[in-house]
Design a protein around this ligand. Structure first.
Ligand code: 2M8
Length: 419
């Protein structure tokens, strides 16, 4: 494992700010130089959270810059392309400019976990900037309205993801069966740097799914009636619920009624309990109407909800702290439970530990006053970045770094963990 010279908190904070400065393009923060040369949606929300205390000006610009990519439908795309730099699949695949609802800036046609209202709430909490809340609030209300109108494909109040990229956890074993049910595709499109992550066949299926949705005009009716991939994911919906609660708290500042946002949060909670719980939270495949019985870090998204019933909370925390997750490795929290046959400590969202999911779990611990768990998550996550740097993800057993270096959300959330 690579050794880094010991750094104290102040030096680590300075390093984190330097990474974010280097990854700022003038219009937004890229997740990492090279591999990810554009603005990714939930990455930006984590950057806003990390910069809230240190650079509120930059945090505001980051959020506004991302929201320039919002479609008239309210959809906040998972990638906003501010430059012509190469990335596959880029603007020529998504063809957003051909869609009447798309903005002038080029974007992807998919969305990603709706972290943004939670990020706005975080920013407000640290700055007290009411004027900015008023400015950003309507866009986030529109984002949520899009999710409840166009994405409630199961009709029970949850938002469905229609592509693995929308989960933020592309190659999670949760999507394996749904992907395997798609036709075998061979485009041969490759981004060689992704070889470590996705077998060719999966990557080709990702592209095929995206192009089918594009060719259907990014229509909600197509998603409901025909699209072959539709999954209710507990992490996506847990984040959405937390963002609804954030909007409910921010609403009075924006001169709006909090009730619809609080009610939406209640609906999501009830639907997750009714549809995704069976001893822990699982994703539900809407095309087979079955739970996907592999327990991943996504299972803990609903813990972000302070209103989660205490028996569900207790059972989920027991799973989290058990040898299936935190209890077996020195470094929390593996992205897939260790005993699963699909677990792979080296592969991206199939085993490695990630700073953003650790941060989300630490936030969940805070909302439930689980102080010891929160402290453990903070300390162990800081240990990862102290030892291996701001890597994209980390081996959950020995803490060695994997994927990109100078990764923005690892740096940004370290700033928050240090505070
Ligand atoms: C990863 O996703 C992209 C596709 O959007 C990829 O695999 O190339 C995921 O880790 C996702 O959560 C993240 O937002 C993105 C950029 O950091 O990379």
């Amino acid at each position: 494992m690579e050794a880094r010279p010991a750094v104290d908190d102040a030096a680590l904070g300075r390093e984190a700010l330097a990474v974010l400065e280097a990854n700022w393009t003038g219009t937004g923060t890229v997740p990492a130089p090279g591999l990810y040369p554009h603005q990714w949606s939930w990455d930006s929300a984590f950057v806003v959270i990390g910069l809230a205390r240190h650079r509120p000006d930059r945090a505001r610009d980051e959020l506004l810059s991302l929201l320039r990519g919002q479609w008239a439908t309210g959809m906040v795309p998972h990638i906003v392309f501010h430059t012509r730099e190469a990335y596959f699949p880029g603007p020529s695949v998504w063809r957003s400019q051909e869609h009447a609802a798309a903005p002038h800036v080029l974007t992807s046609g998919l969305t990603s976990p709706p972290m943004h209202a939670l990020a706005l709430w975080w920013l407000y909490r640290h700055t007290g900037d009411v004027a900015f809340v008023r400015r950003a609030f309507p866009a986030l209300v529109a984002q949520h309205a899009y999710l409840s109108s166009a994405r409630d494909l199961g009709g029970a109040g949850l938002a469905a993801i229609v592509h693995p990229w929308e989960s933020g956890m592309d190659d999670s074993p949760s999507w394996d069966d749904a992907l395997a049910a798609l036709p075998a595709i061979r485009y041969g499109y490759r981004n060689v740097e992704l070889d470590e992550r996705h077998p060719d066949s999966d990557h080709d299926r990702y592209v095929w799914l995206a192009m089918r949705y594009r060719d259907a005009g990014y229509r909600a009716e197509y998603l409901r009636d025909e699209h072959p991939f539709a999954i209710e994911d507990p992490m996506f919906n847990g984040i959405w619920l937390a963002s609804c609660q954030a909007l409910a708290e921010l609403a009075p500042l924006a001169g709006a009624d909090p009730a619809p946002h609080a009610e939406q949060a209640d609906r999501i909670r009830q639907a997750m309990l009714d549809r995704l719980w069976d001893g822990c939270f699982y994703a539900r495949d809407l095309r087979t109407d079955r739970l996907i019985r592999v327990c991943t870090v996504g299972a803990f998204g609903p813990l972000l909800d302070p209103g989660l019933p205490s028996d569900h909370l207790r059972a989920a925390v027991e799973v989290l702290e058990s040898a299936r997750f935190m209890g077996a490795t020195g470094y929390p929290v593996p992205s897939c439970e260790i005993r699963a046959t699909q677990f792979d400590r080296t592969r991206y969202w199939r085993g490695p530990s990630w700073v953003n999911t650790n941060w989300l779990l630490r936030r969940a611990a805070a909302v439930h006053s689980l102080d010891q768990l929160g402290q453990q998550l903070t300390n162990c996550t800081l240990r990862l970045v102290r030892q291996a740097g701001f890597r994209e993800c980390f081996d959950p057993f020995d803490g060695s770094g994997r994927g990109c270096r100078d990764f923005s959300w690892s740096a940004a959330l370290t700033l928050d963990l240090l505070a």
